[in-house]
Design a protein around this ligand. Structure first.
Ligand code: 5GP
Length: 179
């Protein structure tokens, strides 16, 4: 555990309100498309996925995928590696990738390619957070919770070296606190 509590960037109430809005938008967009497969990207998206999926009003199933693109710290390591693929058959289904945060875009670009290789009916993506200033590759992000500045954030599923994942809000870890 960090010794000091991270400063609040986005409060619990703000997150709840935005997740409600996203769920309403997604439910509306997929209303006439039948069932949706939500593909959560482990580990960071698990709390967002849990809240978002429970607020949808359309039929949906859940899958998980795991990739690693960073070490235990905050620096990008370059390549994205698949750690765990989806288990269910998603061929012909409408897929929505649910990410915690899109930073450089490398991970999402890789994930969209991975999902397309399963021949789904469609692939869209949703991220709770987006660091727009950090984009290195172009990705189509269909649903964005919040655009944020270039800070290392934790909480609501996101960690810093496995710490602070279960904070109820999005907090900022300042460089001095990254020990
Ligand atoms: P990208 O490939 O877009 O650069 O990185 C996406 C991944 O980087 C996210 O799924 C997340 O694991 C990690 N990441 C990027 N920025 C942050 C951040 O501020 N906090 C945390 N906890 N993870 C981040």
């Amino acid at each position: 555990m960090t010794s000091t509590k991270p400063d609040v960037m986005i409060s619990e109430a703000q997150i709840a309100q935005r997740v409600d809005e996203l769920a309403a938008e997604i439910s509306h967009d997929y209303a006439d498309k039948g069932s949706l497969v939500l593909v959560g990207v482990l580990k960071g998206s698990f709390i967002f996925l849990a809240d978002l999926s429970r607020r949808l009003t359309i039929p949906r199933t859940i899958e998980f995928i795991a990739v690693s693109s960073y070490g235990s710290g905050s620096r990008h390591s370059g390549a994205v590696r698949l750690v765990m693929d989806v288990r269910g058959n998603i061929e012909g289904r409408h897929v929505l990738i649910v990410e915690d945060i899109v930073d450089t875009g490398h991970t999402l670009k890789y994930l969209v390619g991975m999902m397309k290789s399963h021949r789904p009916a469609s692939v869209r993506s949703c991220a709770l957070l987006h660091k727009a200033d950090r984009a290195e590759v172009e990705v189509d992000l269909d649903y964005i919770g919040f655009s944020i500045p270039d800070e290392w954030v934790v909480g609501y599923g996101l960690d810093y070296a496995e710490r602070d994942r279960t904070l109820p809000y999005i907090g900022i870890v300042h460089p001095d606190d990254r020990k």
